[in-house]
Design a protein around this ligand. Structure first.
Ligand code: NAP
Length: 300
């Protein structure tokens, strides 16, 4: 059933629910659904606490709608110390309760997961049906969430994504835009390879998958692949900044959580439904344009 079919002819039907609506992806979901004219309800932690089964069970929201779950514990390093808290949001009883209620009411869960469910020691893109092999706490909690959804019996789309960026919220593109403007030199790791993903493109793809009646596990990223160093250079060049960016190894920037070295997600299943994913360079250019617009508005 398409997203349109959920609200067509039912003016009072909420159509969609966006959970984690104030986050980076949640913001794009809200903008997109507004643009498409899809009625929706947007909730964040205060109105709908996904970490609490009691809160989910007590919710009066329409469980027959399409639920876009953009809520998550996304602090990868923080999850190492607080895995229980991360698990409560990413793969705990609250998510289980939501799946149960959606299953009973005929709703659909559109859930977002991550490349971090894979170890990252491959040399070819990870297929959607590859065995999960997380190397850190965040990946383990996201993998747990996937298992809950897959075994719940509710209708679902899980979209694994990677390296999300946007002109909204804090993310790598905005950090690099600032640093390459302020500094003459930078070091960025060149031994982690993946696929950047415009959050705006991800939001459109989630709606596209629902509209196509797709169900199951998908990978959604921009097309192409790169290292963080290549990505940083493209951001600098796109903005015309002069900063020198030296490649370095992950070992030079020790972090609490280990990162997958190779987290390229295979897109073939998704592309068979939605067509070729736009390249990260094109999507990046669109986001850099948005940053320029924001800058102009700020200095006007
Ligand atoms: N960012 C990336 O690079 C990346 C990469 C791969 C996959 N993903 C996945 O993509 C999805 C979207 O990520 P994002 O970067 O847009 O996340 P984000 O900006 O961190 O937003 C997450 C949202 O979830 C909310 N939230 C946290 N705990 C909640 C709870 N218990 N109940 C309800 N809402 C809660 C947060 O609210 P508060 O602000 O109040 O905490 C925030 O609004 C997530 O599933 C993430 O795992 C992200």
């Amino acid at each position: 059933m398409s997203l349109g079919a959920f609200y067509h002819g039912k003016p009072d039907h909420p159509g969609a629910v966006v959970v984690g609506a104030q986050g980076m992806l949640g913001t794009h979901m809200r903008e997109l659904l507004t643009r498409l004219g899809v009625p929706f309800v947007a909730v964040d932690r205060e109105e709908f606490d996904l970490s609490s089964a009691e809160a989910v069970n007590a919710s009066g929201l329409d469980m027959s709608a399409v639920w876009f779950n953009c809520a998550a514990w996304t602090d990868v390093d923080g999850a190492e110390e607080h895995e229980d808290k991360a698990l409560a949001i990413n793969g705990g009883p609250g998510l289980q309760a939501l799946c149960g209620r959606l299953g009973d009411a005929g709703g659909v869960l559109v859930h977002v997961s991550t490349d971090y469910v894979f170890e990252g020691n491959s040399s070819e893109p990870y297929a959607t049906d590859e065995l999960r092999s997380p190397i850190g706490a965040y990946g383990r909690t996201k993998a747990a969430g996937e298992v809950i959804i897959e075994t719940s019996g509710c209708e679902f789309v899980i979209a694994r994504t990677s390296w999300l960026y946007s002109h909204h919220a804090n993310n790598f593109v905005k950090t690099m835009a600032k640093l390459t403007d302020e500094r003459d030199e930078l070091k960025v790791v060149s031994d982690q390879r993946g696929r950047p993903t415009s959050a705006e493109h991800l939001a459109r793809s989630l709606v596209g998958l629902v509209d196509a009646g797709a169900r199951g596990m998908f990978h959604v990223t921009d097309g192409g692949e790169c290292t963080w160093h290549e990505f940083a250079c493209a951001i600098r060049d796109g903005l015309g900044h002069a900063c020198e960016i030296a490649p370095c190894s992950t070992d030079e920037f020790p972090r609490p959580a280990k990162r997958p070295a190779y987290s390229v997600l295979d897109l073939s299943k998704t592309e068979s439904v939605l067509g070729a994913m736009p390249s990260w360079r094109d999507n990046l250019e669109a986001v850099l344009n948005q940053l320029r617009v924001q800058d102009r508005a700020r200095s006007a």
